[in-house]
Design a protein around this ligand. Structure first.
Ligand SMILES: *[C@@H]1O[C@H](CO)[C@@H](O)[C@H](O)[C@H]1NC(C)=O
Ligand SMILES: *[C@@H]1O[C@H](CO)[C@@H](O)[C@H](O)[C@H]1NC(C)=O
Ligand SMILES: *[C@@H]1O[C@H](CO)[C@@H](O)[C@H](O)[C@H]1NC(C)=O
Ligand SMILES: *[C@@H]1O[C@H](CO)[C@@H](O)[C@H](O)[C@H]1NC(C)=O
Ligand SMILES: *[C@@H]1O[C@H](CO)[C@@H](O)[C@H](O)[C@H]1NC(C)=O
Ligand SMILES: *[C@@H]1O[C@H](CO)[C@@H](O)[C@H](O)[C@H]1NC(C)=O
Ligand SMILES: *[C@@H]1O[C@H](CO)[C@@H](O)[C@H](O)[C@H]1NC(C)=O
Ligand SMILES: *[C@@H]1O[C@H](CO)[C@@H](O)[C@H](O)[C@H]1NC(C)=O
Length: 800
């Protein structure tokens, strides 16, 4: 998304017209007579609005606040005729004037700040921009759950303010929580990386930040459909979506062949966490097929899993024009347009981003392909979400938000803080941080030295402002700027020499290189893992002649094989800064000069360049495929050597861990030993009498409870990320090497310690997903490993 922007552009106009009408009809709320931009927003069930429409609000029970949202939504839907109903099923919902129901544009985006990608949100002279936080891949690298939530809160405050100012909707189709299965994926920048657990925790925190109304969390009654929403969030793209366009294989035609084991363990897990733990109010299905079936047409994926098993409180939406893609590109079952809309409605797809539902549902009902009742059910889900958002009754708690709440100093600071927390120190050969006293003249060179738009990536809005790297470094010394390359493609060598000359004279040289949306983007996967064009040559030549220390800063989402720089003694320090958002230049300079001590960790593996020669991007299995010679994917299943592993990241100080555990075993009762499940073991391993049991059959209230004492043994304050992994008992075949089961970022002053307490459910922490996709707990000696095997302890599981 967005694929067919021309279609949806029409709705922008419609939507704006609606809001204007809504506003016009409200006499009580437009107290300000100045610019129309400052008029207050109103809500559907405003009695005076109804009066001005010549209607009596008391006669519509969907406006009766004493009823539940469910009862009210039911009443509203009952009053509509089929022809009216189908016009509410597209992202540009037409409303029903006869009932006083206004139009609504469902499509807005807020991936890392309020974005104008969807037609529901726009910027103009009155609201020229919103805070553009770092791209998600860099925020993920901070491994700081409270940061993720704070950013969600800041974004939803700006979104609400823009809604009040009639420049945004209330339903935001963010975040993107697809796992980065392959290092070539073009949309890695939008996501929290390759680990399903981290991706899921990011989703839960960001969604709660966007959706939760502070103080209302505990008002959550027996009926979660009554719970208020600040804005509505959406976890996408469900599921197994992570091929965009790789050597001619594109997402609109791709059929992901996925083992159920991988589905459970990797592809569905973040979505399950998003729905169950984040209580997200929407899920978006993807363009691709999974095992032959377009995801938006699969009742097992939608109705049975999201709605049934996970109990979604909200609506399911299609990726934009997915139904058309089903018919025209996948040519699924040779469906007619009517067959396709009937199929997706029955599968549980409630809202169509596009016009297929609007255009073809009435025909599908008339032809007997789908019952009107299916439409009613979907509409109810949609209206309950709008009611929870205050669209019908107003939201007094957000009424006062306005222009002053957008691009605030605090939010711009938070964007800077997020970038600093995410930046990863990859190499430091006694070079960093630079001292401002010794490095007065700084050569800042490379294709990203004056990065602006590149720093905000995609699904961005218009930022409040930019602090480019050259601006950031100017705060510390006198900057000489040379591009080094004409652009990221770096096809013209003639820019290199001027950069070398600058490096030759400067006290210190900072090289900013990497990738941008011309290399990795939506609809564009990579074909290699190296720097484009002459970038490598440029970096080596500058480093060769530089007078002072040389620091390389890589801007990218996916990993880059920079082994050459890692090994080059002329390059003293390397940082990865993702795409760091509007204040990226300030964050990078603050880290380079030691104003902030970096503590970020890589949220995905940086593979060697030859990794992509070993397996095609279209192969979905996470485990190695020995018959085809394919290696495994992600740190969980790839055992070869890498440039930098998942979780890697240095600091300007040193940390040491010590452990205290209460209990290092658990005895679990198995009702009947017949319930034991077998596992495959290598021939050296003695098979235990009861290899494993299904998690569902266990009383799993036990925790792995321990404390890690983090000691800062160095001479600078700093933050450390404590990563906790579990490793299954030796000898079990076909399972992960290790899996992340907990993490915590902790700030520790120099020469002091902090204790971090972990309490991880035994089943959640030690489970494996077996070949038949069962979640099982193996018996025997597991291990709990902290960080890169810094400390570990055994944990024994016994069944009796
Ligand atoms: C509006 O409807 C209610 C309930 O149907 C009725 O009691 C009331 O008199 C009506 N008001 C007007 C102004 O018609
Ligand atoms: C985590 O992020 C919050 C910002 O929300 C920040 O205040 C805190 O210092 C961060 N924690 C660490 C250990 O860096
Ligand atoms: C949907 O209907 C509208 C209005 O009749 C029409 O303009 C549009 O071309 C139709 N789109 C498709 C894909 O059928
Ligand atoms: C840096 O980029 C901005 C925006 O593209 C541009 O306006 C500015 O002139 C550039 N600065 C230099 C020194 O080239
Ligand atoms: C390379 O860049 C230089 C300086 O801008 C320009 O004069 C030259 O024509 C470019 N060469 C090519 C092959 O594009
Ligand atoms: C680190 O610096 C030392 C001293 O300059 C040098 O000998 C060594 O090769 C460097 N190591 C790397 C990996 O750059
Ligand atoms: C890595 O995995 C492959 C495939 O499963 C296996 O053949 C190889 O022995 C493993 N290598 C190491 C170093 O464990
Ligand atoms: C780090 O901790 C381990 C055990 O917790 C201890 O043996 C070691 O001496 C410590 N190292 C430093 C540098 O403090």
């Amino acid at each position: 998304m967005p694929q067919f922007t021309t279609i949806t552009f029409i709705f922008l106009t419609l939507c704006t017209a609606t809001i204007a009408k809504l506003d016009h009809s409200s006499s009580s709320s437009s107290s300000s007579s100045s610019s129309s931009s400052t008029k207050k927003y109103t809500y559907v069930c405003d009695a005076s609005r109804y009066a001005s429409l010549g209607l009596n609000v008391s006669s519509f029970s969907f406006c009766d606040a004493s009823l539940t949202y469910e009862e009210r939504a039911k009443d509203l839907v009952k009053r509509m005729v089929l022809h009216e109903k189908v016009r509410q099923l597209g992202n540009g919902a037409y409303g029903v004037p006869r009932l006083g129901l206004p139009k609504y544009e469902w499509w807005s985006e807020a991936l890392h700040g309020v974005s104008n990608v969807g037609p529901g949100t726009f910027f103009d002279h009155f609201v020229p921009g919103a805070t553009s936080f770092p791209t998600v891949i860099l925020m993920a690298a901070a491994f700081n759950e409270s940061l993720w939530k704070s950013i969600g809160q800041a974004v939803s405050t700006e979104a609400r303010a823009m809604y009040n100012l009639r420049r945004a909707g209330l339903t935001f189709w963010s975040p993107n929580i697809n796992v980065v299965r392959d290092p070539r994926w073009g949309r890695a920048l939008e996501t929290p990386g390759e680990d399903p657990f981290v991706v899921g925790r990011y989703a839960v925190n960001y969604v709660r930040g966007l959706q939760d109304v502070e103080g209302a969390d505990h008002r959550r009654t027996a009926d979660p459909n009554q719970r208020p929403l600040k804005v509505s969030s959406c976890c996408k793209h469900y599921a197994a979506y992570d091929v965009d366009d790789w050597l001619g294989v594109d997402r609109l035609h791709f059929d992901a062949r996925v083992r159920q084991q991988d589905m459970e363990e990797t592809f569905l897990r973040p979505f399950e966490m998003c729905v169950k733990d984040g209580d997200v109010s929407s899920v978006m299905c993807s363009y691709n097929r999974v095992d032959g079936i377009p995801t938006c047409a699969d009742p097992n994926l939608l109705k049975d899993t999201i709605r049934g098993e996970w109990d979604l409180h909200g609506y399911i939406v299609s990726d934009c024009d997915s139904i058309q893609v089903m018919v025209d590109d996948h040519k699924f079952l040779d469906d007619t347009n009517e067959d396709a809309v009937a199929r997706t409605l029955k599968a549980g797809l409630d809202l169509d981003c596009g016009v297929y539902y609007t255009n073809f549902t009435a025909g599908a009902v008339a032809a007997g392909k789908v019952r009107e009742r299916e439409i009613d059910t979907s509409l109810k889900y949609l209206y309950i979400v709008l009611m929870r958002l205050g669209f019908f009754d107003g939201s007094p708690e957000f009424k006062s938000l306005g222009k002053d709440d957008i691009c605030t100093k605090a939010n711009i600071e938070l964007a800077t803080q997020a970038a600093k927390e995410g930046i990863v120190l990859l190499k430091n050969n006694r070079t960093l941080p630079l001292s401002p006293h010794q490095a007065r003249n700084i050569a800042v060179v490379g294709p990203h030295a004056n990065a602006t738009e590149a720093m905000i990536g995609n699904y961005a809005g218009v930022p409040c402002r930019y602090t480019a790297p050259i601006d950031g470094f100017s705060r510390y010394g006198v900057v000489t700027y040379k591009e080094g390359c004409g652009d990221i493609a770096c096809k013209n060598e003639s820019f290199i020499f001027p950069a070398m000359k600058a490096a030759k004279r400067a006290d210190a040289t900072v090289i900013l290189a990497g990738l941008d949306l011309s290399v990795e983007a939506e609809g564009l996967d990579r074909t290699d893992l190296v720097l484009p064009g002459y970038q490598t040559q440029f970096i080596n030549q500058v480093a060769e002649v530089a007078k002072g220390p040389v620091v390389l800063v890589i801007l990218s989402a996916g990993g880059v094989d920079i082994s050459f720089a890692k090994e080059n003694p002329n390059i003293g320090g390397i940082l990865w800064a993702g795409y760091p958002g509007e204040e990226g230049g300030r964050a990078i300079a603050d880290v380079v000069f030691g104003h902030y001590n970096p503590g970020g960790r890589l949220p995905l593996t940086w593979h060697k360049a030859n990794y992509v020669d070993m397996l095609p991007m279209t192969s979905m299995p996470l485990r190695p495929v020995p018959s085809l010679g394919y290696p495994g994917r992600t740190y969980k299943f790839f055992n070869g050597s890498v440039v930098y592993p998942f979780g890697y990241g240095l600091s300007y100080t040193r940390f040491n861990y010590s452990l205290s555990t209460a209990k290092r075993f658990v005895d679990l009762k198995v009702e009947n030993l017949d319930y034991c499940r077998d596992l495959s073991y290598n021939h050296n391993t003695k098979r235990p009498p009861c290899p494993a049991t299904s998690i569902d059959d266990l009383d799993c209230r036990h925790d792995i409870d321990f404390e890690v004492e983090v000691t800062n043994t160095g001479h600078r304050d700093g933050s450390d990320v404590v990563l906790v992994y579990s490793k299954p008992p030796h000898g079990i075949l076909g399972t992960h090497i290790k899996q992340l089961i907990g993490f915590e970022r902790v700030f520790v002053r120099k020469q002091s310690s902090q204790k971090v307490h972990f309490k991880i459910n035994v089943c959640k922490g030690l489970e494996i997903v077996d070949y038949a996709a069962n979640h099982v707990l193996p018996s025997g000696g597991h291990s709990i490993v902290i960080g890169d095997d810094v400390v570990s302890f055994p944990f024994q599981v016994n069944f009796s």
